[in-house]
Design a binder for this molecule. Structure first.
Ligand SMILES: Cc1ncc(COP(=O)(O)O)c(C=O)c1O
Length: 371
């Protein structure tokens, strides 16, 4: 049996007519730039997330740069971000000449260690970028408490956080909608994935909304009149059309992911040598990624490949050890949890269209490895 780490093709074939119609409708209308599907997707996404404003942009990475620029995460400002995350959660600040202050991770939930983050707050700290990695948000109650206590701006990196929820001030809220600005990525593998690059920014603040809308079209609110030096970063209409098709079934897709995760956990938690991440009680999880933590990770990876199983390693090198960030002055040993986890973590295939037989097969192979 062969199980790819990810494929978009199964879903496309299941719902080919809907996808084809959505794409050809755009071609017939020709409204490629900020067309009808973009504004409709923005409204539908805002409704799903229960947030006032949603603004489509070209990618999650762009969304982080626009958000950092607008919130003032630049020109020497210190911004707390985890060392164990995707590059873009930190490069957004570095690119704008802000100073990323890296923080180690919590080994159970895999998100930023907020006790350590608090110790690193100085009078130059402008903000914090909590990243909602893999399956659950960074505890947002604690993040917002820190923000209030130290007067910090918060940019939620919910690139991976579609559908996840956090309990804040006694209410369950969707990841991404809690802070000043939240961002999403619709990179194809994501829980809600496009057929190319795409992203979204969300906020409940009208002034921020107006600024984001203007920043995505070169800082103009009226054509050829520029209030800010902005960017060219718009959600493509074809991608918006595809996202609208997928958004209609997003809850079913999330439920399928949960079913596969349960199946994996039932089988893999019995194996000595495998650790499964824990869910914080103030979080509702969504399995964007199914990770396990193992010893002999590289040998297991090789064994999976030999048995036709795809895998991925998020992330093999924490950001404090990346060459381009050497100027920040961190060294090996500074973030021991992240350094250890980056050698133990491995992600198994996780998408709604997996079959039960495939999940069983993968668990059989892993069991065999540990036997
Ligand atoms: C945590 C995190 N932040 C940011 C991004 C960047 O998103 P994109 O690939 O859409 O630029 C990603 C995803 O790829 C991500 O996983």
């Amino acid at each position: 049996m062969k199980v790819p780490f990810y494929t978009s093709v199964r879903e496309y074939h299941e719902r080919k007519e809907e996808f084809d119609k959505a794409i050809f409708d755009v071609l017939e209308r020709g409204d490629f730039i900020l067309g009808k599907d973009v504004s409709e997707f923005e409204q539908e996404a805002a409704k799903y997330l229960d947030v006032k404003y949603a603004i489509g942009v070209a990618s999650g990475s762009d969304a982080l740069v626009l958000g950092s620029d607008i919130l003032g995460f630049k020109d020497g400002a210190e911004v707390l971000t985890p060392t164990f995350t995707f590059f873009a959660s930190t490069s957004c600040v570095a690119r704008l000449k802000g100073k990323p202050i890296l923080v180690d991770m919590d080994e159970d939930t895999l998100n930023m260690n907020l006790d350590e983050a608090e110790k690193k707050i100085t009078r130059n700290t402008k903000g914090i970028i909590p990243v909602h990695l893999f399956l659950q948000p960074t505890p947002m109650q604690k993040v917002m408490d820190l923000a209030r206590k130290y007067d910090l701006k918060v940019l939620e990196d919910a690139a991976e956080g579609w559908g996840m929820e956090s309990l804040v001030d006694g209410q369950w809220k969707k990841a991404g909608t809690i802070a000043d600005i939240g961002i999403f990525s619709f990179f194809p593998t994501k829980t809600l994935g496009a057929y190319g690059d795409a992203g979204l920014m969300v906020t409940n603040d009208e002034q921020l909304y107006n600024k984001i809308k203007s920043y995505r079209v070169h800082g103009s609110s009226k054509k050829y009149f520029h209030d800010y030096i902005g960017y060219n970063s718009r959600l493509d209409t074809l991608q918006a059309a595809i996202l609208r098709v997928k958004l209609r079934r997003t809850e079913q897709s999330i439920a399928q992911r949960a079913r596969h995760a349960k199946h994996y956990t039932q089988r893999l938690s019995k194996i000595d040598g495998i650790k499964i991440p824990k869910i914080d009680k103030n979080n509702r999880e969504v399995y964007y990624v199914y990770n396990i933590l193992v010893d002999k990770r590289d040998e297991l990876a090789k064994f999976l490949s030999e048995n036709g199983i795809g895998y991925s390693i998020y992330y093999p090198l924490p950001l404090h050890l990346q060459k381009c960030f050497s100027y920040l002055g961190y060294k090996k040993g500074d973030f021991p949890v992240a350094e250890r986890i980056s050698n133990e973590i491995i992600a198994l295939p996780m998408y709604p269209e997996l079959t039960d037989d495939e999940v069983d097969y993968m668990c059989d192979v892993i069991e065999k490895f540990y036997r």
